[in-house]
Design a protein around this ligand. Structure first.
Ligand SMILES: [Zn+2]
Ligand SMILES: [Zn+2]
Length: 483
């Protein structure tokens, strides 16, 4: 009875591609990753040194384009009206698999690859989100996968998407609008972090806008009755938001700054601005909250007899999960495994951890562990990314690899330090392996792509992709200058 059951199970599993004899040689792919590893570690170091802000990643983008061109990819540069966006393509026809690459840095996080706060140039940008590793690791995966396809006569199209300005510039949203993802079957991505885990969905939908109030200037002492204060409107709006906070779902995040509060105390401000972000795990819920935020702005204008302009600066969707792809990627991630630190890295990590608040995660062995696959918990703290928009257009799956010392959060100098040395680079090589073998599985098993598409449709539940960015708006190439 038992052996008969085994037989039945064996037959039942065969059609699921990844577990059958159709499995492509993961070993061959991992060897190809190893062959090019040193080269792409160098690329990641160069981009870490360039540390260019969103839409200004000229050198970083050019270097990745050059690497991929030399590896035999065709390059389309400056796509979607974004001078630093590009697509590198190999092969032709179906299926089409895309791998996302980011390479922008963050302002103010310049940091040497040492375990204490030590900017290379004070106030300059740094790779506190590890996008130097993200873009280089994704390129390494693409090159290994391309060579694998060539050697094994695998049909299909492989694309590397060079996507600028992830940090608030929504580079991918404009690439979607330009139709650059229209024919893609599956998109793969990864992100540096302090843990190894497949991220099946999650992240927060976000809308960010500048609420600019216009009033009437007047002498603040001799003729205040003739003035109408735009700053009053900003402050009333802020107060309104604080009252709103109690009456929105508790996993909502609303944060703002006064980006212009007037020119001088003795002039009634005729121009003032509140710059506000709102986020929620659901794009649909966020839409409802956003309408109420705009009403608060309008109410503030009414109370102060000022006028209001709302300019949407940025918007990204939450990430749509894909269970079929998550299962495949989890399998591959466990096969590749995590990383162990050598003695020198352990020393670096322990010293770096001294700079962190106590009580956070600190177990260095956790970098060897691949966390179990679990559904996204919408109450878990999270952030936002324009990968979300891609996931509403194409079946998409991603993961985080341990490139930062346990306990280190992204957007910190500690993360920038890790991204410029061997701990980050080791994590990047893990990521490249997982991306490359997952890509090979998808190219070799049409059934996996069908399952991914079927789950994509199930998760959409008839909803369609929406972005709060007004139609026709151009990429905000200068968003870093104007804040
Ligand atoms: Zn970031
Ligand atoms: Zn990031």
């Amino acid at each position: 009875m038992r052996s008969l059951l085994h037989l039945v199970f064996a037959f039942a599993l065969v059609p699921f591609g990844v577990f059958s004899q159709e499995l492509p040689s993961h070993q061959q792919i991992e060897e190809l990753v190893d062959q090019h590893a040193a080269e792409y570690v160098q690329t990641s170091k160069a981009i870490w040194q360039y540390a260019e802000l969103g839409y200004h990643e000229e050198k970083s983008s050019a270097l990745l384009q050059q690497d991929l061109k030399e590896a035999g990819f065709r390059i389309d540069a400056g796509v979607a009206d974004e001078p630093t966006a590009f697509i590198a393509t190999y092969g032709q026809g179906k299926p089409v698999i895309g791998i996302l690459g980011e390479f922008d840095a963050l302002p103010g996080l310049s940091q040497a690859a040492v375990p204490d706060r030590s900017p290379i140039t004070a106030g300059a940008p740094g790779h506190g989100c590890g996008h130097n590793l993200l873009g280089s690791g994704a390129a390494l995966a693409a090159v290994a996968l391309k060579e694998y396809m060539e050697k094994n006569h695998v049909a299909g199209t492989l694309r590397y998407y060079g996507t600028p300005a992830e940090e608030g510039g929504d580079g991918k949203v404009y690439m979607i609008r330009a139709g650059l993802f229209r024919d893609v079957d599956v998109v793969l991505h990864w992100h540096p972090a302090s843990r190894n885990a497949v991220t099946n969905g999650g992240m927060l939908a976000i809308t960010a806008a500048k609420f600019r109030f216009h009033g009437t200037a007047a002498h603040a002492a001799s003729a205040p009755e003739r003035g109408r204060s735009a700053l009053d409107a900003v402050m009333l709006m802020g107060n309104g938001i604080e009252f709103l906070r109690e009456h929105v779902p508790s996993n909502t995040r609303i944060h703002y700054i006064i980006s212009n509060g007037g020119a001088a105390p003795n002039i009634v401000p005729d121009d003032a601005e509140l710059y506000l972000y709102a986020r929620n795990p659901s794009q649909a819920t966020l839409e409802g909250i956003w309408e109420r935020i705009v009403k608060i702005g309008q109410g503030a204008a009414l109370m102060t007899e000022t006028t209001l302009d709302v300019k949407i600066v940025s918007s990204a969707d939450n990430i749509l999960p894909n269970d079929a792809l998550a299962k495949l990627e989890q399998h591959n991630f466990e096969e590749v495994g995590g990383i162990h630190y050598d003695a020198e890295e352990e020393h670096f990590a322990k010293e770096l951890q001294q700079s962190l608040p106590s009580g956070g995660p600190s177990d260095l062995d956790s970098t060897a562990v691949i966390e179990r696959l679990r559904p996204f918990d919408s109450n878990e703290p999270s952030a936002s990314t324009d990968v979300g928009d891609v996931s509403w257009n194409v079946p998409t799956i991603g993961f985080t690899a341990a490139t930062f010392v346990p306990g280190v959060a992204a957007h910190t100098w500690q993360a920038a330090a890790c991204a410029g040395m061997s701990i980050g680079q080791k994590g990047m090589l893990v990521a490249a392996r997982v991306l490359a073998i997952t890509g090979a599985d998808l190219f070799s098993n049409p059934r996996l792509i069908q399952e991914a598409e079927a789950d994509f449709q199930r998760k959409l539940k008839g909803q369609t992709y929406k972005s709060e960015i007004p139609p026709g708006q151009k990429p905000p190439l200068d968003y870093r200058e104007s804040r």
